[in-house]
Design a binder for this molecule. Structure first.
Ligand SMILES: CCCCCCCCCCCCCCCC(=O)SCCNC(=O)CCNC(=O)[C@H](O)C(C)(C)COP(=O)(O)OP(=O)(O)OC[C@H]1O[C@@H](n2cnc3c(N)ncnc32)[C@H](O)[C@@H]1OP(=O)(O)O
Length: 154
């Protein structure tokens, strides 16, 4: 499995259902650069369905959510010249999440979720997302992610 920004969050930020490396019941998404874009992959199971043959929309929204915050963390690290090592990644939470379902998402294929960084302004990052199945864009979205301090949630 590829290494993602999520591998550089400390343990107390590692429990996220979508991307926490320590949540054994979660998706454990890994978000990494793929050229100028960010990329993660997720393989749905048959039980992730809503319409027969298609992936449940709420799951798709959560994939966009977590890939968005991970992408924002990557963008902030790049902006600030942070070399990722140990547990030094910037961490972001979702301020807003917008999702648009363009067509049913085939369930029998690994999904590709791609992010484009639209804006980095202080602690705010805007990420545009495309979710593809079998090479076709099925869902688009936008995440506004906000950087939080180390003691956030404590
Ligand atoms: C121990 C547990 C830890 C848990 C955390 C760990 C975090 C790392 C681990 C990975 C985890 C992954 C996470 C997955 C995705 C979730 O599921 S995260 C969970 C869902 N999200 C939340 O619960 C967030 C709740 N909201 C908040 O805590 C606060 O409102 C926020 C979002 C941190 C922002 O508060 P703030 O720092 O006071 O922001 P503020 O200075 O007012 O605004 C800064 C900028 O952001 C913009 N902004 C602020 N809020 C919003 C908003 N809601 N919508 C749009 N723009 C906004 C402002 O307009 C401003 O923009 P500019 O004027 O500079 O252009």
């Amino acid at each position: 499995m590829m290494k993602g920004i999520q591998d550089y969050y400390p343990d107390h930020f590692g429990q996220c259902y979508g991307c926490g490396r320590l949540n054994e019941h979660g998706y454990q998404l890994k978000t990494a650069w793929d050229g100028e874009e960010t990329l993660t992959r997720f393989t749905p199971s048959a039980y992730h369905t809503a319409i027969p043959g298609s992936v449940y929309g709420g799951l798709l929204a959560s994939l966009i959510d977590c890939h968005g915050t991970g992408s924002a963390a990557l963008a902030l690290a790049k902006e600030k010249g942070i070399q990722l090592e140990g547990f030094n990644a910037p961490r972001c939470v979702t301020g807003s999440l917008q999702v648009s379902y363009k067509k049913p998402t085939p369930i029998d294929s690994t999904l590709e979720i791609r992010g484009i960084i639209k804006e980095v302004k202080g602690k705010k990052v805007v990420v545009e997302i495309r979710l593809l199945s079998k090479g076709e864009v099925c869902v688009t979205g936008e995440v506004i992610a906000i950087q939080v301090p180390d003691d956030f949630g404590k």
